[in-house]
Design a protein around this ligand. Structure first.
Ligand code: FAD
Length: 396
């Protein structure tokens, strides 16, 4: 990225001696950068009036932020249906858009995915930007990055929310870089900063020991990825409709450098925690990896997913993809079973928005009972088989 001298230069000459390559010289009372410049940036901080900038920064500073308006939500699609996280973000995006007096739009990219627009309107969207093409039938880094970047450059949204999923974490930062803005990754909270009117993006920082709220004052759009299940999916209202803005795709098959040969599903229903309505989680109180089969049995009887505390994951009893909590997944099922889990604050950060919490713990003083709707004081190794048996009887 080139280094430029902007018109703010006052010709003081402070930058000239600091260039290690002798690439700066004074000409007609202004600094000039010559061909020897290696873009090391050593001169940037020495300028007393901030007149030396990297090219991308210089572009942004002159950017007219008033051109950017509306809140966009990227709707991720799996097997023709919107993933929950996109709809959850539309619910939260609605609040932000209303507070800012702007429109809420969903971005839908794929092939034969117009049906998803109905779900977006039902979740509160005013508009849908729809890009359909055979080349976009499956997510690809090249195809989706180019498409999303084009949409932003053409329609200039003020705020973009994406799910912190595998695809969202791949797409969001690339697009942010292409349009020269920043991105707050893996947020667990959103709000409007009272002093500036900017979006306040909240996320754990320093290994989860503090919560940081980050603003994006100089660049547009303001972008962030948000963890699934942080927000509740709004109750759909299918009477709502909106405007569909169809945008032609410029992506050609040869632009996509990665070809998907085969899709191998490693994720089974038991580890799809973000979408699960029932989760049965086990902690250190399960005492051994073998005993986790009791957790799996109950989850199976209820058609739920299997979760784990960090202690159980660190012990190697379950894979990290099952971990619930601050450094694991944030979940919000209808029913959450916490079995042999003490209820440390970092665990509760990932599951406290569950509708109903049922805790099984042999210690009646365990903190988990403070947030539980139902508590069973007892040995998990005895209680779990009884519960599974009873639920299987109901199902039969
Ligand atoms: P313990 O705290 O050891 O609790 C075990 C519980 O099982 C006890 O309450 C005990 O009474 C009960 N018990 C024992 N035997 C039985 C039995 N036979 N029947 C019934 N009950 C029994 N933790 C997470 O879970 N997720 C995270 O994402 C996470 N992130 C973290 C991030 C940071 C920065 C830090 C510092 C910590 C994080 N932790 C996280 C760790 C967290 O602080 C706790 O250490 C962890 O949650 C404890 O797991 P646990 O409840 O399984 O184990």
């Amino acid at each position: 990225m080139a280094v430029l001298i902007t018109k703010e230069c006052i010709g003081c000459g402070a930058c000239e001696p600091v260039c290690p390559f002798g690439a700066i010289r004074m000409q007609d009372g202004q600094a000039e950068i010559g061909e020897a410049c290696t873009q090391c940036g050593a001169c940037i901080d020495t300028c007393p009036v901030g007149a030396i900038k990297r090219e991308e920064e210089a572009k942004q500073v002159t950017m007219d932020k008033t051109q950017y308006k509306d809140v966009w939500v990227y709707i991720e699609i799996a097997e023709g249906k919107p993933r929950n996280v996109g709809l959850e973000l539309l619910g939260e995006g609605r609040k932000l858009a209303d507070a800012m007096g702007q429109k809420l739009a969903a971005v839908i990219i794929g092939n034969n995915v117009e049906g998803v627009a109905k779900e977006a309107f039902a979740a509160g969207s005013d508009q849908v930007y729809l890009v359909e093409a055979p080349e976009l039938a499956r997510y690809s880094t090249d195809g989706y990055t180019a498409t999303f970047t084009d949409l932003i450059n053409t329609y200039k949204p003020s705020v973009i929310l994406l799910g912190a999923t595998n695809d969202g974490r791949d797409l969001g930062p690339r697009v942010a870089c292409r349009v020269g803005t920043g991105l707050t990754a893996d947020c667990t909270g959103l709000g409007i900063d009272e002093a500036t009117g900017l979006i306040g993006w909240t996320r754990p920082a320093f290994g989860g020991n503090i919560m940081a709220t980050i603003l994006c004052p100089e660049h547009r759009p303001q972008m962030g990825t948000i963890r699934p299940s942080v927000f509740k999916r709004p109750i759909p209202d299918y009477t709502k409709t909106g405007e569909i803005i169809r945008v032609g795709s410029k992506v050609k098959a040869e632009d996509i450098r990665t070809k998907i040969i085969e899709v191998v599903k490693v994720s089974t229903a038991s580890c799809n925690l973000e979408e699960a309505e029932i989760i049965v989680s086990g902690g250190r109180g399960m005492c051994s990896p073998e005993n986790f089969s009791l957790i799996e049995d109950l989850a199976d009887a209820l058609g739920g997913a299997v979760g784990a505390s960090r202690a159980a994951v660190d012990a190697g009893w379950k894979a990290h993809m099952h971990q619930v909590g601050q450094t694991g997944k944030t979940v919000g099922p209808k029913i959450y079973f916490a079995c042999g889990i003490s209820g440390a604050i970092q665990h509760m950060a990932g599951m406290s928005s569950s509708d109903i919490i049922i805790a099984i713990n042999k210690d009646p003083e365990a903190p988990i009972f403070k947030v539980a709707d139902y508590g069973i004081v007892g040995d998990v190794l005895e209680v779990l088989p009884l519960l599974t048996e009873e639920f299987r009887k109901i199902k039969a």
